[in-house]
Design a protein around this ligand. Sequence first.
Ligand code: HEC
Ligand code: HEC
Length: 288
Amino acid sequence: MANKEIDEISGVETTGHEWDGLKELNNPLPKWWAWTFYASIIWSFVYFLLYPAWPWFGGPTKGFLDWSSRGQLRQELNDARAQQQALWDRIAVAELAEIRTDPALLEFAMASGKAAFGDNCAPCHGSGAAGMVGYPNLNDDDWLWGGTLNDIHKTIAVGIRAVHDETRDNAMPAFGRDGILQKQQILDVVGYARGLSGQTTAGANLDDGAIIFAEQCAACHGEDGRGNQELGAPNLANGIWLYGGGTEEVIASIANSRNGVMPSWDGRVEPTVIKALTVYVHSLGGGL
Ligand code: HEC
Ligand code: HEC
């Protein structure tokens, strides 16, 4: 620009740019701004050298710190695994009751038990363990084979009518199919069994039903029909039905028997995982 123009009011040189009479002043950059600018240039150079920045010669750059996001992730995973292993080691030697009273172990067992439940048990028992017809609800206080920590641990480990030497096993006879009871006798005992939870059954003779129950059923289900957890015989008097409490369903249970199968988990998951599952399932069921 040939002739420099000085602004009259501020005494500062203008750049010569003008918009609708407004002229741009040629003030120098503030010092603090300029220094921040130089410092960030220097910092970017330092950063460039310390951290991975530029893929030279085909390989990934490492930077002088030898840091990488992968390496950091690997380190964090290893740390987490080591921490978990320490907790698994403690669970391996702890009694079930001890796990429940140690807050750190309990928290870990609950979290890993819940995860293992989702992987292994939810297909049959439902993701919330509420069960479905033939697959018991594990949230309620009604237990076929017992709801103490040790009962649950055994059920999970050895299964029910499963392929395992010590599996929980008890077979209710198929009273109809095997010709033990006649049709009317089945209806009578169905009437008696449903009557235990206050339901009425058309065409059933309850007196006859009571006699049949005492002879054929009480040995497993108890004289009062309240079941026997030693034998996995359900309580018939509490209105909770594994296979349904309607007349047709109860007839089917008695005529054909059910004898549901629960796999054994010994050898399929780690013993420590069975312990974690036990603590988790126990916590669902009201904890006896
Ligand atoms: C293939 C289906 C199936 C799978 C998978 C399964 N269960 Fe079961 N489970 C059953 C059946 C069926 C019963 C009821 C057996 C009976 O009628 O006595 C049962 C019963 C139980 C009981 C006893 C309930 C009571 O009232 O005493 C527990 C506890 C249990 N399961 C826990 C588990 C856990 C924990 C897992 C996962 C590790 C699991 N189950 C996986 C089918 C299954
Ligand atoms: C040898 C023992 C045994 C005898 C005897 C027996 N039961 Fe059972 N009963 C069981 C077992 C065990 C189950 C649970 C089956 C299962 O979980 O799959 C069961 C289940 C049932 C069910 C299904 C309950 C539900 O919640 O859906 C009914 C109903 C029933 N029994 C009624 C009877 C009646 C009535 C008799 C007599 C005529 C009888 N049982 C005799 C062992 C027995």
